[in-house]
Ligand binder design. Structure first.
Ligand SMILES: CCCCC/C=C/CC(=O)SCCNC(=O)CCNC(=O)[C@H](O)C(C)(C)COP(=O)(O)OP(=O)(O)OC[C@H]1O[C@@H](n2cnc3c(N)ncnc32)[C@H](O)[C@@H]1OP(=O)(O)O
Length: 385
């Protein structure tokens, strides 16, 4: 009974759907938008830097030709190798999504690199000052995009801090809802395994203690986030990027997305409050398959088990979800915030207690041979998921 209620609360209600039908503004970039974006890039007064130029090149190639079809250049052909790497990293990202990402990137560049007087207050704003994220605020929606596509959006220590900063800013800005998504072909490959290699003078014990403190604070930000928080899972999701989905208010997924929590393989244990939320969402048997045996779910399976609100074909994912989000963002913001408070407050104390317990168990796990061997194996390229 409790499971059914929890599942129901995570699905969009009919009145939202009615609103949707009234608002069919397309979000997918047209060929015209793409051409305008190419002109915007040509007209940039400031050089956006090589990393951004490579991203634009890769998205352009993917949008026009599809997945990388160039033979891999030799190691000494540095420029073509960098271009090949950038394009190849996009994997099987569909042309439409690449075109949309190109348009988004071009538009964020022209607002951040050109004169700030060109940006009207209250319309489209991009927050600079993030190394690992892109953060924009438009139409009442703050969008936080994980932006390390070359590393499959693995969450390094800097990204943990930046996500917390972006969430704190979003909780106070004038947007009604907040969206988290990923740039490139992955949503996120979870914790950056190189986080475990930067050992402080106090040794591995100090590292484990600091990591547990950081993780607890990070998950705490999701527990306490006051506005509707929506995940747009654009591709595969691994580890902590999956577990914290149980703390979101809605999860929309592309049919390319998969959901994988291989904690036992990595000698680790569940976090992100999943040892509590997943049991409530999908029941103990299915939660155990994921959290203990590391079963990878397709988007359809994750939806059937209540972790995902709705799945969309990848080709229409951006358009359909953004149409929906724009309609949500027009609902009275105080009513949404208060409704979320009523739903969340009952669980808050429990969630913080679960978070504390999970972090303390993990602090021990990170010092285990099982965990250290798994990290060393990944870093020495002996194993992948
Ligand atoms: C503060 C601490 C808090 C800790 C909280 C704990 C959280 C638990 C978890 O999140 S557990 C999950 C950890 N994640 C993983 O184990 C994923 C590891 N990655 C892989 O298995 C694969 O990379 C893949 C399956 C995600 C993708 O494989 P694919 O073959 O498509 O791509 P590559 O392997 O070539 O990856 C491209 C580059 O990205 C780097 N990379 C990918 N994931 C991670 C990662 N999690 N950590 C660090 N680096 C990652 C990969 O090394 C490649 O980089 P390179 O091009 O420089 O070699």
């Amino acid at each position: 009974m409790a499971n059914a209620a929890w599942r129901l609360a995570r699905r969009s209600c009919p009145s939202y759907l009615q609103v949707l039908h009234m608002n069919r503004t397309a979000m997918r970039a047209s060929q015209k938008d793409f051409e305008n974006a190419m002109n915007q890039v040509k007209l940039l007064k400031k050089d956006p830097g090589n990393e951004v130029k490579l991203k634009l090149y890769a998205l352009y190639k993917q949008a026009t030709e599809g997945p990388c079809n160039m033979p891999k250049p030799g190691v000494f052909d540095l420029i073509n190798k960098a271009k090949w790497d950038a394009w190849n990293t996009l994997g099987s990202l569909p042309k439409e999504t690449a075109r949309q990402n190109y348009v988004d990137l071009a538009s964020s560049l022209s607002s951040s690199l050109e004169s700030s007087s060109q940006v009207e207050p209250g319309t489209d704003r991009k927050s600079t000052g993030y190394e690992t994220l892109m953060v924009t605020s438009e139409d009442g929606i703050t969008k936080i995009t994980l932006n390390r596509p070359a590393k499959k959006n693995a969450i390094n220590v800097e990204m943990y801090h930046e996500i917390m900063r972006a969430l704190k800013a979003a909780s106070k800005d004038d947007s009604s809802i907040t969206v988290l998504t990923g740039n490139g072909d992955y949503y996120s490959s979870g914790n950056d395994l190189t986080n475990f290699t930067d050992i402080p003078p106090g040794g591995v014990e100090e590292k484990a203690k600091n990591s547990a403190i950081l993780l607890r604070e990070f998950v705490g930000c999701f527990i306490d986030f006051p506005k509707p928080l929506i995940a747009m899972v654009n591709g595969p999701a691994v580890g902590i990027s999956v577990t914290i989905l149980g703390l979101f208010d809605a999860v929309y997924a592309s049919d390319r997305a998969t959901f994988h929590t291989p904690f036992s393989h990595l000698g680790q244990s569940p976090e992100g409050c999943s040892s509590y939320t997943f049991l409530k969402i999908m029941g103990p048997a299915k939660a155990t398959e994921m959290l203990v045996f590391g079963k990878k779910l397709t988007a359809g399976e994750a939806c059937a088990q209540g972790l995902v609100t709705e799945v969309f074909p990848d080709s229409t994912f951006q358009k359909e979800v953004w149409t929906r989000l724009k309609a949500f963002a027009k609902l009275p913001p105080n009513a949404m915030r208060i409704s979320k408070e009523v739903i969340r407050n009952r669980e808050k104390e429990k969630l913080h207690a679960v978070n504390a317990e999970e972090c303390s168990v993990l602090q021990e796990r990170w010092l285990s041979d099982e965990c250290m061997n798994a990290v060393v194996n990944f870093l020495s390229r002996k194993s992948k998921l």
